[in-house]
Ligand binder design. Sequence first.
Ligand code: SF4
Ligand code: MG
Length: 332
Amino acid sequence: AVPALDVRGLSTTFRTRGGGLTAVNDVSFRLGKGRVLAVIGESGSGKSAMLRSILGIQPASAQITGEVYLDGTSLLDLPAKARAATRGRDVSMVFQDPLTALDPVYTIEAQLVETLRRHLGLSRAQARRQAVELLDRVQIPSPAERVKAYPFELSGGMRQRVVIAMALACNPKVLLADEPTTALDVTVQARILDLFREIQAESDMGVVIVTHDLAVAAEVADDVVVMYAGRVVEQGPAEEVLLAPEHPYTRGLLEANVRPGQRTRPRAIPGSPPSLARLPEGCAFAPRCDAATEECWDRRPELIPLDRVRASRCHLSARPTTDTTVAVPQEA
Ligand code: SF4
Ligand code: MG
C-alpha cells in the first residue's frame, strides 16, 4: 500500500554567518494510512524544523534535500503554487499555541467558513453548516452557538479543538501536529489526545505528532522516531521503543519522564543538546552518554537496523548480542 507519508533522506540546512546549520539531517520514515507517528526529542532536536520542511513553510533560503511523498506524490518536486495548494487540503498542521493559528478579530465561523470555501468551494450556507458539523466532530458542546464566538471567548482547550477542526476541514491525508497539547493543562491534554485517537480511528488520515513528552507518545502513537541534534537516533514501533529502548538517549528520555506508578524518581539527562554549530566529531550524544567509549568520541555512529522495523544510531547496537538463545558456534 502507498504510505500516507514517505520521507526519505530529508535534510534541511539554514545558511548563517557562521556557515550552514543542518537542523534536519538525513531523516527517513514511513507513515502508513490511519497510523500515528510520534516524533520525540528535546527542544532543538529538529522536530519542528522537520515538520515545517514537510509542510513546505521554511524560508526560501533554507536548503531542503531528500524526498517527501504524500500519498505517492513527490512534494519537493511540485512547483511552488501546486505545493502551496496542498497545504490545508492534503496536509495540514496544528501548532502548539492555538492563538497563533486563529485570527483574534474574526469569529470561529468566519474563519472556518473562509477555509472551507477556499479549499472546497462550498457556498456560504453549505460552509456554515459544515463549520457547525466540524465543531461537533471535535466535541465542542453547543456547536451552533460556539461557532459565533471569537477566539478569546473560548478556553485554551476549546481553542485547540477549533484549530484541530480547522485542520480537519478538508479531510487531509496527513495531519502534522507540533506539540499540540503542550500549552494545555493535563486533563484538557488527555481529552485532546483522546480526540486525536478517535479522529484517526474513523479515518485513514496519517498523523505525525511532534512532542517532547513521552507520555503523549505512549498514549497515541503506533510508531516513534526519536531525534537528537537533527538526526534520527532510534525508530520503531511505539510499544517496543518505549518499553525496551535501545538507544541510550531514548533510555535517558524515559528515565527523565514521570510515569504513573513509577517507584524511582525521574532522573534528567545531564547536560543539554549540543549546538548544531559545534557538533562533536563522533556521536552527538557522547558528551551526555554514560555508556560512551573512546570510539564514540572518534567515530559517528550510523543508524543500524536491529530488525525489520527497528533501528538505533549507537555503536553499542552494532555489537554482537550476548543473548544466550543465539546459536553459539560449536567447537569442531
Ligand atoms: Fe552513547 Fe556511544 Fe551510543 Fe553515542 S554511540 S549513544 S556515545 S554509547
Ligand atoms: Mg519544537
